[in-house]
Design a protein around this ligand. Structure first.
Ligand code: RB5
Length: 155
């Protein structure tokens, strides 16, 4: 498995700790975020990781900014990205099982490093369940591709 990780200037330390944590599991992780605490606009990292995930260059991505919100919004603008911002492990696990999330995001100003590690663990260990969830993933993709939803009335 190969992952990409990105961050902005408020998440350098958490990014470094999460990279080490993931590498210690024997997982390759490519750092495309900033290593400086100089102001760094989060859409850059969101875009970089989003493109790597959507192209299949990596199997998934981790994004960290102050809240996880801005950086996940940016990544979600790349076609094929399903980036989910989570502040606890349950949502992280379900984001993979039900929503087939390919990027997990969280906030360095919101959660501590131990919660961040638990989120990463649950997300890495979970498997997409497919089945009834696939139709909904397809519906999300339809909105993305067509700006329309053919069964928008849920009939
Ligand atoms: C940076 O100040 C902050 O806005 C950013 O890290 C993030 O929280 C945005 O969503």
């Amino acid at each position: 498995m190969k992952l990409a990780i990105g961050n902005d200037h408020v998440a350098v330390q958490m990014k470094n700790e999460i990279m080490e944590y993931v590498r210690n599991k024997g997982i390759e992780i490519i750092n495309v975020g900033t290593d400086s605490e100089e102001r760094f606009n989060y859409p850059v990292s969101g875009y970089r990781v989003g493109k790597m995930v959507a192209s299949g260059e990596v199997d998934g991505g981790i994004l960290i900014c102050g809240t996880g919100v801005g950086i996940s919004l940016a990544a979600n603008k790349v076609h094929g990205v399903r980036a989910c911002v989570c502040s606890e492990p349950y949502s992280a696990k379900l984001s993979k099982q039900h929503n087939n999330s390919n990027i997990i995001a969280f906030g360095s100003r919101v959660i501590g490093i131990e919660t961040a590690k638990m989120i990463v663990d649950e997300w890495l260990n979970a498997q997409y369940e497919g089945g009834r969830h696939q139709k909904r993933i397809d519906m999300i993709a339809e909105i993305e591709e067509t700006q329309n939803l053919s069964d928008a009335d849920n009939e």
